[in-house]
Write a protein that binds this ligand. Sequence first.
Ligand SMILES: [Fe+2]
Ligand SMILES: [Fe+2]
Length: 172
Amino acid sequence: MAVRGNSIIKGIEINEVIRLLNRAYADEWLAYYQYFIEAKVITGIMKDAAIAELNQHATDELRHANMVADRILQLGGTPLLHPQEWFSHTNCGYEEPKEFDVVAILEDSIKGEQCAISTYSSIADMVKDKDIITYDIVSQILADEVEHEEDLQSLHDDIADFVKDIKNSCNR
Ligand SMILES: [Fe+2]
Ligand SMILES: [Fe+2]
């Protein structure tokens, strides 16, 4: 634990920061697995573009898990040690893919990103002006989650438009 490093945290309990970060850590692992498995089972039109996006997001979520775990350790905490704890600590839960078509998968993923944005935004509010380092880390992650939502939404809209055009031309 970084004694001087932690002494600069003011106005919030370090254990509270660790608790918030461990919940986010659970979210990142579940998000990682959700993208990983979605990229495997996805079917339908333009699925290759979606697979590339989902795999990129999986890589990013794992990188976030790394960043969060390192900060927890720096604060003197221990990242969750058992995958079962991911389910008891998660903010955003896990959206098991039930329908495998591209549009349904993208919609599930957008929901996940929206939850991640709310989670990191509230952590940023809680640590702002109190724990600068955690604030910096969660701000970086938050920027990625905003980009993720945007990427998924624009892909979703492109595919939905494409499907609509095909249906229209078939009905002509
Ligand atoms: Fe993430
Ligand atoms: Fe994300």
